[in-house]
Design a protein around this ligand. Structure first.
Ligand SMILES: *[C@@H]1O[C@H](CO)[C@@H](O)[C@H](O)[C@H]1NC(C)=O
Ligand SMILES: *[C@@H]1O[C@H](CO)[C@@H](O)[C@H](O)[C@H]1NC(C)=O
Ligand SMILES: *[C@@H]1O[C@H](CO)[C@@H](O)[C@H](O)[C@H]1NC(C)=O
Length: 426
C-alpha cells in the first residue's frame, strides 16, 4: 500500500488510527488516484458488439471531496468489466475482509453494484460474465422486487447464493459494503460499518449437504392420532331437531287487495328462511384427548454429509473485478479493499466515507434543489409544446407515441435478456 500525497493532518490521523491495527495485512487496496489505470485491466468483453461501457474517473456530480475520485459507469445500456491483480492470497486460518464503497448517482433502477474476487489464472482481457469467480458481493437492484446485497460463494465449482435476505441501500449517496469471512466459518455483512447480517456458512448457504436429514425409513405409527378436534361423543341431537322446517310462511305478507280467489286461485303467503333452522345437525367438536401433534420423521445423521473444515477457504484469490450490466449508468466505485483485519477496514471506511458523508449529502441536496428549480422553470414551456401537439399536429402526436413505445420495448427486452444472463450465471 503506497502512502500517497494527502493533507498532512489527515495523513497524521490515518497513521494514528492505523497504529491500532498495525498487524493488519492488506492484500489489495485501491483508492483510485491518478495512475489507477496501471493497476486495472479493462476487458475486451462485449467490445465487438459495441456493448462495452466506458469508465469515468471522477468524484461524481456530488461528493464530499472533489479530489477524491473513483471510477464510474458512464454509458447507459452497457456491460462493464474491469479487474486488478494482486499477489495470490490463501485465507486459510485468516479472516478475509472484502470491502468497497459504491454510489448510484443515476437513481439505479436496474443494475448491479457488486464486485468479485477471482482465483487462479484469469485472462483479464477476457474477463466477463462467464468468468468463474470465488466470491461475488454487493448490491443489486432491478425494479421493485430486487433490492438486495448479493453474497455468492463458489464451492465445488458451483455458485451458492446466501439464503438470507439482506436489503441494500437504494439512495443516491455513497455506501460502504463489507464482507467478512472468518476461519470459524462465520461471516458478517456490513453496510456503512453497521452489521446487517451474520451467521454461519453451514446454515446460511447450501454449500454442503445438510448434516441431518429426516429418517427415510421412519413411518408414522398406525395409532398416531393427528386430529386435533373430534366430534363430542356425549353430544346428542335434540329431540324434534329434524322437524324444524327450512322455510316458513312470511307472516308479514298480506293478500293483495285486488286478489280475486276465483280468478287467481287461493292466495298463499310467500315463504321466507326460517331463523330457527340451523342446517343438518352436527355434534359439537372437542379437543381430541389422544391428539399427538403432527407426525414428523426423526432426524438422523446424513450419510452424504462430509464435513469440510476448509469450507471458508479460498486458496488462490488473486483478482478483484467489477463485472456489471447497467441500464442506466452512474455507479461509482471507490476504496476497494481486500485484507485480513475488520478493524483496518472499519478505519478505512471511517477515514473515507465517514469523513465525507455529511458534505456529500449536503452537495446532493443542493444539486437536487437546483434540478427541481430548473425543472419547474422548464415545465410551463414543455406543457405548451405538448398542448400544441395534442391539438394541432395529429400526425406528430402519433409518431411521438410510436417512438416512445418502441424505445421502452427495447429497454424491456434488453433488461429481460440480461436478467436471464444473471440467472444463467448464478
Ligand atoms: C464524468 O463525470 C463528470 C462528473 O460527473 C461529468 O461532468 C462528465 O461529463 C463525465 N464524463 C463522461 C465522459 O461521462
Ligand atoms: C461436487 O459436485 C459434484 C457435482 O455436482 C458432486 O457430485 C460432488 O459430490 C460434490 N462434492 C462435494 C464435496 O460436495
Ligand atoms: C394523441 O395521442 C393520444 C395518446 O397517445 C391519443 O389518445 C390521441 O387519440 C392522439 N390524438 C390524435 C389526434 O391522434
Amino acid at each position: 500500500m503506497a502512502i500517497r500525497e494527502r493533507n498532512p493532518s489527515v495523513l497524521c490521523l490515518i497513521l494514528v488510527s492505523l497504529i491500532a491495527v498495525a498487524s493488519a495485512k492488506v492484500f489489495f487496496e485501491e483508492r483510485f488516484e491518478v495512475g489507477w489505470e496501471n493497476q486495472w485491466v479493462k476487458s475486451d468483453w462485449k467490445k465487438d458488439e459495441k456493448m462495452a461501457g466506458e469508465w469515468n474517473f471522477t468524484s461524481g456530480k456530488w461528493n464530499g471531496d472533489p479530489n477524491d475520485k473513483g471510477i464510474q459507469t458512464s454509458e447507459d445500456y452497457r456491460f462493464y468489466a474491469i479487474s486488478a491483480e494482486f499477489p495470490e492470497v490463501n485465507n486459510k486460518d485468516k479472516t478475509l475482509v472484502f470491502q468497497f464503497s459504491v454510489k448510484h448517482e443515476q437513481k439505479l433502477d436496474c443494475g448491479g453494484g457488486y464486485m468479485k474476487l477471482l482465483s487462479g489464472d484469469v485472462d483479464q482481457k477476457k474477463f466477463g460474465g462467464d468468468t468463474p469467480y470465488s466470491i461475488m458481493f454487493g448490491p443489486d437492484i432491478c425494479g421493485y422486487s430486487t433490492k438486495k446485497v448479493h453474497a455468492i460463494l463458489t464451492y465445488n465449482e458451483t455458485n451458492h447464493l446466501i439464503k438470507k435476505e439482506v436489503p441494500c441501500e437504494t439512495d443516491q449517496l455513497t455506501h460502504v459494503y463489507t464482507f467478512i469471512l472468518r476461519p470459524d466459518a462465520t461471516y458478517s455483512i456490513l453496510i456503512d460499518n453497521v452489521e446487517k447480517q451474520t451467521g454461519s456458512l453451514y446454515t446460511d448457504w447450501d454449500l454442503l449437504p445438510p448434516k441431518q436429514i429426516k429418517d427415510p425409513e421412519a413411518k408414522k405409527p398406525e395409532d398416531w392420532d393427528e386430529k386435533e378436534y373430534i366430534p363430542d361423543p356425549e353430544d346428542k341431537k335434540p329431540e324434534g331437531y329434524d322437524d324444524i322446517p327450512k322455510e316458513i310462511p312470511d307472516t308479514d305478507a298480506k293478500k293483495p287487495e285486488d286478489w280475486d280467489d276465483e280468478e287467481d286461485g287461493e292466495w298463499t303467503a310467500p315463504t321466507i328462511a326460517n331463523p330457527e333452522y340451523k342446517g343438518p345437525w352436527k355434534p359439537k367438536k372437542i379437543k381430541n384427548p389422544n391428539y399427538k401433534g403432527k407426525w414428523k420423521a426423526p432426524l438422523i445423521d446424513n450419510p452424504d454429509f462430509k464435513d469440510d473444515p476448509d469450507l471458508y477457504v479460498f486458496p488462490k484469490l488473486k483478482y478483484v473485478g467489477i463485472e456489471l450490466w447497467q441500464v442506466k449508468s452512474g455507479t461509482l466505485f471507490d476504496n476497494v479493499l481486500v485484507a485480513d483485519d475488520p478493524e483496518y477496514a472499519k478505519t478505512l471506511a471511517e477515514e473515507t466515507w465517514g469523513k465525507q458523508k455529511d458534505a456529500e449529502k449536503a452537495a446532493f441536496e443542493e444539486a437536487e434543489k437546483k434540478r427541481e428549480e430548473e425543472e419547474s422553470k422548464d415545465d410551463p414551456v414543455d406543457s405548451d409544446v405538448e398542448d400544441e401537439d395534442d391539438t394541432d399536429d395529429a400526425e406528430g402526436n402519433e409518431t411521438d407515441s410510436d417512438t416512445k413505445t418502441d424505445a421502452s420495448k427495447d429497454s424491456e427486452e434488453i433488461k429481460e435478456e440480461t436478467e436471464e444472463d444473471v440467472h444463467d450465471e448464478l
